[in-house]
Each structure stands twice: as structure tokens, then as C-alpha cells.
Write a protein that binds this ligand. Structure first.
Ligand code: 16G
Length: 195
């Protein structure tokens, strides 16, 4: 991590994971999507920046952004920081990426990759994509595509043997372009303990 990574968001601030991991992704060769106009993790669009989640994103509308996906409740700064510390403490497990609109100091897109460790397959790990959201006002800028692309490349870099996600019917076509498919005989099943 460079000193700029810390200073960029204030002295007290910290990223969830080392930002250099994103800089080192071989996006040019590993990307599965096509972009028109061309964008990349280094250049997601005018005044936009793609980076790890920082603690200060609580003040940049991160929770508000998540509320465009599902219920978020009323999370205080203390609760946010405690959860952030939990996730970071797990090390090499939670990779939450955001896109910030630097002109507004607001996060306008996010996606998570979670690495789950296993005993099977010679102590392999699998990846899960979670909580992909792009602010409604930024639709059509290929940002969901970029987030997915980055997380899919990152998943391979951190040595996962497979990557999965859950989505609504209307999103199946979108996710197929990154190589996701429904496997014969496999079903997503869920049981909910709270509304
Ligand atoms: C979608 C999300 C999932 C998220 C869930 C929240 C993607 C690919 N899928 O399934 O990650 O956790 O919605 O909905 O972003 P819920 O609050 O009803 O569980």
C-alpha cells in the first residue's frame, strides 16, 4: 500500500484490502466483457474512481447505495466501523469494491467478492459475488459490467476454483456475459429467518 492510499481518504482512514491488488489485475488480457466507449478499472469514467471500500465510505453514501438493492436498516457509524473491522480482520476474505464519483464525494457503485475456504478439492476456496449495486442515476455507463468483470478477474487471482452468485430472472442475461451459467441439477435454495 502506498502512503497515497491512506492519505487519499484522510489520515484516520483505511481500505478494506490492499488497493495494489486492484492495480495489479491483468484487466487487459483477462476481461470477458466488451466496452463501448472503452473504460477500465483505472479509468471507469469522468471523475469516477474504482477502489476498495474505505472506512470513510460511511460518509460517502455507501449504506444509502446498498438501500437500492435491499433493506439496510439504520446502521450507526459505530456499527459500520465494527463490521468493517470484523471483515478486515478476516484477511484475504472480503473484497468489497466501490466506484466513487469524485465530483460529489459519493460512492455510486459497489460489488463484493467473498472467498470461502474449504477442505475439499485439496483445501480449495470458492468465491461468491454479493451485493452488486449501481446508483440508478449512473445506469448505462457500463459500471455494473466493470464491477463484475473486476471481481471475476480478482476471484481467479486469489485462487478460487469457482465463483457463484444469486440473482433475479431479469439479471440472468447480464451475468451470462461473464461466464456464469445455471448448472444442470444445481439449484439455489434458501430459507429466511427474518423478514
Ligand atoms: C441479490 C444480490 C445478493 C444480495 C441480495 C439481497 C447480487 C449478485 N445478488 O440477490 O448479493 O445479498 O440480493 O437481497 O448482487 P435480500 O436482502 O432479499 O437477501
Amino acid at each position: 500500500m502506498t502512503s497515497n492510499d491512506k492519505q487519499a481518504n484522510g489520515v484516520e482512514d483505511e481500505p478494506l484490502f490492499d488497493p495494489s491488488i486492484l492495480r495489479e489485475l491483468d484487466f487487459e488480457h483477462k476481461s470477458r466483457a466488451t466496452y463501448n466507449p472503452n473504460i477500465s478499472p483505472q479509468n471507469p469514467g469522468e471523475m469516477l474512481k474504482l477502489r476498495p471500500l474505505y472506512k470513510s465510505d460511511y460518509d460517502k453514501g455507501y449504506m444509502n447505495l446498498l438501500s437500492q438493492l435491499t433493506k439496510v436498516g439504520n446502521v450507526s457509524r459505530e456499527e459500520f466501523e465494527a463490521r468493517f473491522n470484523d471483515l478486515k480482520g478476516c484477511g484475504d476474505t472480503y473484497y468489497i469494491v466501490v466506484i466513487e464519483d469524485m465530483s460529489l464525494n459519493q460512492v455510486i457503485g459497489t460489488g463484493s467478492l467473498v472467498k470461502e475456504r474449504k477442505f475439499l478439492r485439496q483445501c480449495a476456496s470458492r468465491g461468491r459475488i454479493e451485493d452488486i449495486v449501481v446508483n440508478n442515476a449512473y445506469r448505462g455507463k457500463q459500471l455494473g459490467k466493470l464491477l463484475l468483470d473486476v471481481l471475476t478477474i480478482l476471484c481467479q487471482k486469489i485462487d478460487c476454483y469457482k465463483l457463484s452468485l444469486e440473482c433475479l430472472d431479469g439479471m440472468v442475461k447480464f451475468y451470462k456475459q461473464f461466464g456464469f451459467d445455471k448448472e444442470d441439477g444445481q439449484n439455489y435454495m434458501v430459507q429466511r429467518f427474518h423478514d
